[in-house]
Ligand binder design. Structure first.
Ligand SMILES: *[C@@H]1O[C@H](CO)[C@@H](O)[C@H](O)[C@H]1NC(C)=O
Ligand SMILES: *[C@@H]1O[C@H](CO)[C@@H](O)[C@H](O)[C@H]1NC(C)=O
Ligand SMILES: [Zn+2]
Length: 489
């Protein structure tokens, strides 16, 4: 009798397949961290400190969008800086082509391709950042990161290549809740992510990669008309042509300089139109020019090289004098930092799964106490996210018992487990803020006390961001202070 009967063979095969499946799933879930995202949207609770027990009582109140808008304004104590937003996405534009690299400006040819944008930067009327994008450097996950402040896992792309509507909390939903009207011109990815959200749209397909002309003309053809309209609050322009230029001929393609000039003309047209220059009935407008990712020398993207992750964030039309900052070399942020920055500028709650940190210089127009308030709101949101990711993280001593006298002596050097570390860093920041706020006379409010409160908040925010428990498991036993970029407030 042969030892390998038919039924044994079947058993072996089934066992083999089962072992393979187990192996594959260990590989997939080990290699691609699965990020649990919090359902729902941030609401009025965002403007209050998280409670000491991590279970939140979030009663969704049925408010009219305009009531919600006033409620946010009242709760935050920070009036929104702007009323209207234009987000111009230049697909695949490496920040290096506009801002240069390592303190050196871009080549002469590139500078001359974008005369208007370069003059805005040189005159302190615009501030530009290298906004480091997380891989995979492809359009859809990068757009999601910009509007939600969350870094999706690799699995997100693997399982979700056919773009589906975005369910996680994000800026567009937050704007929609306060009654904003939105218009989208350009890459139809936006229409797939946010179906039914736009009052007008003209989507272009990224399918015809050889087309570098019509794909952008179809966006610009509506621009003059839209700039004269006053019925929208948020205008998205997503230009795909530059990415297509890269795919055809790489960074050094002969089409690159003309395409950059075309983009420069769009910036000029928006900036010269009255809406940025004066405070009119529709309120003040902010123009933000971003790219979703960069590209390699040969024009590819998707990976994690410097060239591919070097995306752009350019703010045009800020209230404050930014000429001091525009010369500074401190111009590296993360792409996810765009979401909390815009949420705070426009007075909506920071999206729930955000791991970004507000961009310091942008808030230079605020008084000292309000700048601390902005950092506090960002910290509350991240603390809530951490509480949800690490059940049991209650920061008991501080959140439950509140402050006592003699606060400054309670500032401690933080160490221990990840949970203890987060609580300790947050508590230090809150104590320093409280102590600074409690000094009544401006003479006793020293600049050093203020800076140490700001630094403490950044320490918490940056640690919380880089030590997301779902991304890296052992990074957080001691914060490396040199890793924490010092704010330049
Ligand atoms: C939440 O708050 C509402 C009133 O604000 C209260 O009626 C309800 O019982 C609370 N729920 C929980 C779980 O505490
Ligand atoms: C641009 O618009 C024209 C006319 O509406 C349309 O036929 C064409 O397919 C569009 N091009 C792209 C790339 O979407
Ligand atoms: Zn793209």
């Amino acid at each position: 009798m042969p030892w390998l009967t038919c039924s044994k063979l079947t058993l072996f095969t089934i066992a083999g397949v089962a072992i393979q499946m187990v192996g594959l799933s260990i590989f997939v879930f080990g290699f691609f961290p699965v990020k649990p995202t919090l359902p729902g949207h941030s609401g009025p609770e965002s403007f209050q400190a998280p409670k000491c027990n991590s279970i939140q009582n979030e009663t969704e109140r049925d408010l009219h969008p305009h009531q919600l808008r006033s409620l946010y304004k009242e709760l935050s104590g920070m009036p929104p800086a702007f009323d209207r937003l234009i987000l111009m996405v230049i697909d695949g534009l490496p920040a290096e082509l506009v801002l240069g690299k390592d303190g050196k400006p871009p080549s002469k040819a590139l500078m001359e391709a974008m005369p208007y944008t370069q003059s805005l930067l040189a005159n302190g009327m615009a501030i530009g950042y290298h906004a480091k994008a997380a891989p995979p450097t492809v359009t859809m996950p990068r757009l999601k990161a910009m509007v939600s402040g969350a870094i999706g896992g690799f699995l997100d792309v693997a399982l979700n290549f056919n773009t589906q509507a975005m369910l996680d909390d994000n800026l567009l939903d937050q704007f929609f809740k306060i009654g904003w009207k939105m218009v989208m011109l350009g890459d139809e990815t936006w229409l797939k992510l946010f179906p039914g959200l736009f009052i007008r749209h003209d989507g272009v397909s990224s399918f015809f990669v050889k087309d570098t002309v019509q794909v952008d003309q179809n966006v610009s053809r509506h621009l003059g008309h839209e700039l004269n309209k006053d019925d929208w609050d948020f205008l998205i322009l997503h230009y795909l042509g530059l990415d297509h230029v890269g795919h055809i001929g790489g960074r050094n393609s002969a089409l690159m300089a003309p395409k950059l000039s075309e983009m420069d003309d769009v910036v000029k047209m928006i900036h010269m139109s009255s809406i940025l220059n004066q405070k009119n009935d529709q309120g003040q407008t902010l123009l933000v020019v971003v790219s979703d990712h960069g590209m390699t020398e040969s024009g590819n993207h998707g990976g994690s090289s410097y060239e591919e992750t070097d995306s752009l964030a350019l703010f045009i039309g800020l209230n404050n004098d930014i000429s001091d900052y525009s010369l500074s070399t401190h111009n590296i942020i993360y792409q996810v930092d765009i979401a909390p920055t815009l949420a705070l500028l426009f007075g909506v709650p920071i999206p729930k799964n955000n791991v970004g940190v507000l961009i310091a210089e942008i808030f230079g127009y605020l008084a000292d106490d309000q700048q601390l308030k902005a950092l506090e709101l960002n910290s509350w949101q991240l603390l809530r996210l951490l509480q949800a990711q690490m059940p049991g993280l209650s920061c008991r001593n501080y959140l439950c018992d509140g402050f006592s006298d003699d606060q400054e002596s309670k500032i401690t050097k933080c160490s221990g487990s990840m949970g203890k570390m987060f609580c300790c860093l947050y508590t230090n920041a809150a104590l320093l803020q409280n102590s600074w706020m409690s000094k009544e006379f401006s003479r006793s409010k020293s600049k050093e006390d203020y800076s140490s409160a700001v630094t403490a908040y950044y320490e918490f925010l940056r640690t919380a961001k880089t030590c997301q428990p779902t991304y890296s498991r052992n990074c957080c036993n001691a914060p490396v202070l040199s890793d924490i970029i010092k704010p330049s407030i």
